[in-house]
Write a protein that binds this ligand. Structure first.
Ligand code: HEM
Length: 208
């Protein structure tokens, strides 16, 4: 039986998209190996992995609106991959922090999570992303049942809000809100789009 054109296109595009998603990681590796991370390499690593986790989370949230508005059904096949990439950067962020700032001490992580609310929010966000990543394989849809799986995966919006609060709280300590505004507007816009569609205030297309 011939393979449908969309499936073939998806098959060719997937490795390219994955490589593009991993490009920031490759740049970070090169910068680390060439000692090019600036005056405070640990801070630079923690911050850039955090920012990339947030960027890919925004991208994962934007895929459905983009698919519907641009009428590009193929985008649906990249949502899971982009979500997993966001989780990977979040894991590297946690790893960099736990290693470079805390020397891998669980007690220090616990103490920091209790004392600094922005760390608590980051950990909560990571736990939501972990639950989504663990239930992302197709067989989990069958195990959980379609409705329950969908309800769980709507938590990606909660992850977006938690990530923003984490970012806001961290930058509030430095009175530096320029980027926080930018990402806040993007996440609020995507959440609003989702709510308007849910309440039926936006036209639904076929194949939603
Ligand atoms: C896993 C638990 C997490 C911990 C322990 C954590 C910890 C941290 C720390 C220590 C910083 C740097 C603070 C500083 O330089 O003063 C930071 C910054 C940041 N984190 Fe997290 N984080 C976590 C999860 C996340 C997640 C899940 C995201 C996004 C999805 C995220 C996004 C960010 C962003 C955007 C920044 C600011 C980067 C910048 O200022 O350039 N973090 N986080």
């Amino acid at each position: 039986m011939p393979v449908p054109k969309r499936k073939r296109l998806h098959h060719h595009l997937k490795p390219v998209v994955l490589l593009l998603c991993l490009l920031p990681l490759a740049v970070l590796c090169v910068q680390t190996l060439s000692n090019n991370l600036g005056a405070n390499p640990a801070e630079a690593l923690i911050r850039s992995t955090g920012l990339w986790a947030l960027r890919f989370l925004c991208l994962a949230l934007a895929i459905t609106p983009l698919r519907l508005l641009a009428r590009l059904p193929i985008l649906a096949s990249f949502r899971r991959m982009v979500g997993l990439v966001a989780f990977t950067y979040a894991c590297l962020h946690l790893l960099a922090y736990a290693w470079l700032e805390l020397g891998f001490t669980a007690a220090a992580l616990w103490q920091d999570a209790v004392q600094r609310p922005f760390i608590t929010l980051g950990l909560l966000c990571w736990l939501v992303l972990l639950a989504l990543a663990a239930t992302s394989p197709a067989r989990m849809v069958r195990t959980l049942g379609g409705k329950r799986w969908q309800a769980l995966h709507r938590w990606v919006y909660a992850a977006g809000i938690l990530a923003m609060l984490h970012f806001y709280w961290m930058r509030a300590g430095k009175h530096d809100f320029a980027q926080v505004w930018l990402y806040g507007v993007v996440i609020a816009g995507l959440l609003l789009y989702r709510l308007l569609r849910r309440w039926g205030w936006l036209r639904r297309h076929r194949k939603d």
